[in-house]
Design a protein around this ligand. Structure first.
Ligand code: NAI
Length: 543
């Protein structure tokens, strides 16, 4: 990698990729003409990290901390990532969810420095020219949103830019994808959020969202421009509304290197939880039967990936799908239900059942997965019913945020008499039930997408397949140590996310080589390739 190094010392200080702040040593200060521009005593990177921690501790709300960290990213990239990587579990909620949600909502009021590329639909016909304004010419990873379905917050228009920025920070901090190869992009096709359209400070295109042909053509133009300018890159689609997310993925997944984390990453992290749960119960995947509460995009995405994983272990895909049933607001999805296309593969031949407990008794699932967005639906009767037919019932209330969770860990553990294998979509603290300590796991996509990004970058993969997400899920489950399983924790500890992601990335990379999807030659040591490529924040990388 070559950086554009300004010659004048002042410019070096103002460039976040070359700036070392007080860490410039005396010789560098002399050579670069920095003498007098900094306090006289040089410090180490560790000293700077400690200073940032101290400064953050004086700020009393998370949005202020988010803004402070954004400023740091804009002035000293090495220090920013060194800080994040000093405590990834602690910083994730500040640079990504939940704080990033508030930052996106207030984007137009707190905007202070440019990052990434904005592509307004008014630039139709000129997308390549705009993308070409990005200073790095070797972009390998783009995270792109159109701002329509930002987290659970809906249409935030151009304010969605916080998501690609935050997510890419995690690609680097959690899996070592080099930051200079990453490009956040917001496609601004307007917004249907009237509060934004009426806000005099709104910074995006003031029009209702483009739909249909103009939208599709703009996405096409974007993809084409990326292919021409950054032919070795991968595009990750993020927080698009389902009406666009599903067709965009379907259209490009076999043409370019691309994936959608909301669809594929989510399914993979749920499958990872199941693989780890099977390490506790000692059972086989092909013996499982899951009943989903909710039949929306999360349910069908997870059910499909589980089915494909079951099919890889010997079941026919039809048989496997039959082991993943969906129960929506109208009851069990059967062949006589009113179905949407994406639900159809999971509709079973069965008489209608309108009560979830009855469905559990009739279908005898080994696990229930809550993706209904409705809190408290895994009540005592539900937990008792699944616990009656399973020694170790899998109970995953995945609806977010915490207030929407289908049950709490305390409810799952106490009503199952401590036998539940539990994970949730939102984080819950450790707890003691019946004298035993439990640590609930959180099915957070961060276990998957940074590692996927690292593997794709290191191998220059040409495509991203569902099999790669199944491999990732298995690799995440392998990373859970026995001590964690003993307290019910079925995901790796977030404090060890970098080590875990590098392991997962190596497994995915091996699979990419096995399937001949790589753009580089297979090295003897694939794990070695991953660690060699991983970014380590150090001033030695800078001049
Ligand atoms: P969605 O809106 O596509 O699907 C929700 C489904 O639940 C709909 O089909 C709806 O009809 C159904 N539903 C509503 N009330 C119900 C009831 N009383 N009984 C049964 N079904 C009911 O939403 P999506 O994208 O599928 O997400 C669902 C939930 O899963 C959200 O809370 C989301 O935050 C969570 N989720 C968690 C993830 C994670 O933890 N990694 C990943 C993805 C989603």
């Amino acid at each position: 990698m070559t950086l554009n190094i300004p010659t004048a010392g002042y410019a070096v200080l103002r460039n976040p990729q070359t700036n070392k702040g007080t860490a410039f040593n005396e010789e560098e200060r002399r050579k670069l003409g920095l003498e007098g521009l900094l306090p006289p005593v040089p410090t180490s990177l560790d000293h700077q990290i400690a200073r940032i921690h101290a400064q953050l501790s004086t700020l009393d709300n998370d949005l202020l901390k988010y803004l402070f960290l954004s400023d740091l990213q804009a002035r000293n990239e090495t220090l920013y990532y060194a800080v994040l990587m000093s405590d990834p579990a602690g910083f994730m909620p500040l640079v990504y969810t939940p704080t990033v949600g508030e930052a996106c909502q207030k984007f137009d009021h707190i905007f202070h420095s440019a990052r990434g590329i904005y592509l307004p639909i008014s630039a139709k016909g000129h997308v390549k020219r705009l993308l070409n304004n990005w200073p790095e010419k070797d972009v390998r990873f783009l995270v792109v949103t159109d701002g329509e379905r930002i987290l659970g917050l809906g249409d935030l228009g151009v304010g969605g830019m916080g998501i690609p920025i935050g997510k890419l920070a995690l690609y680097t901090a959690c899996a070592g994808v080099p930051p200079e190869l990453c490009l956040p992009v917001t496609i601004d096709v307007g917004t249907n959020n009237t509060a934004l359209l009426e806000d005099p400070l709104y910074l995006g295109v003031r029009q209702p969202r483009a739909r249909g042909e103009p939208y599709d053509a703009f996405i096409d133009e974007f993809v084409e421009a990326v292919r021409e300018l950054f032919p070795r890159s991968c595009i990750q689609w993020e927080d698009f509304a389902n009406i666009n997310a599903v067709p965009i993925l379907a259209k490009y997944r076999d043409r370019i290197c691309t994936f959608n984390d909301d669809i594929q990453g989510t399914a993979s992290v749920a499958l990872a939880g199941i693989y780890a749960a099977l390490r506790i119960s000692g059972q086989k995947l092909t013996d499982q039967r899951f009943l989903f509460l909710g039949a929306g995009s999360a349910a069908t995405g997870i059910a499909e990936l589980i089915s494909q994983a079951m099919a890889m272990e010997g079941l026919s895909l039809k048989e496997a799908r039959g082991r993943n049933s969906l129960f929506d607001i109208t009851g069990l999805l059967t062949s006589s239900s009113k179905l949407m296309d994406f639900q159809r593969p999971f509709a079973i031949e069965h008489q209608p059942i309108g009560d979830f407990v009855q469905a559990i008794k009739a279908l005898r699932p080994t696990g229930i997965i809550g993706v209904s967005t409705v809190p408290k639906l895994f009540d005592q009767k539900v937990i008792e019913a699944i616990s009656e037919i399973n020694e170790r019932p899998i109970i995953f209330p995945y609806s977010n945020p915490t207030s929407r969770s289908e049950c709490t860990p305390e409810e799952a553990y106490s009503w199952s008499k401590g036998r539940a294998i539990f994970a949730s979509g939102s984080p819950f603290p450790p707890l003691i039930v019946g004298g035993k300590r439990f640590v609930p796991g959180q099915g957070n996509n961060v276990y998957i997408f940074p590692a996927m990004g690292m593997a794709i970058y290191a191998t220059e993969a040409r495509r991203v397949t569902d099999e790669m997400f199944i491999v990732a899920a298995k690799a995440v489950a392998e990373q859970v140590d026995q001590d964690s399983l003993d307290v019910g924790l079925i995901y790796p500890q977030q404090s060890k996310i970098l080590a875990s992601s590098l392991h997962v990335a190596a497994r995915i990379a091996e699979h990419i080589f096995d399937r001949e999807l790589a753009g580089v030659r297979r090295p003897d040591d694939v794990a070695g390739l991953i660690s060699k490529k991983a970014y380590v924040p150090s001033y030695d990388r800078s001049p």
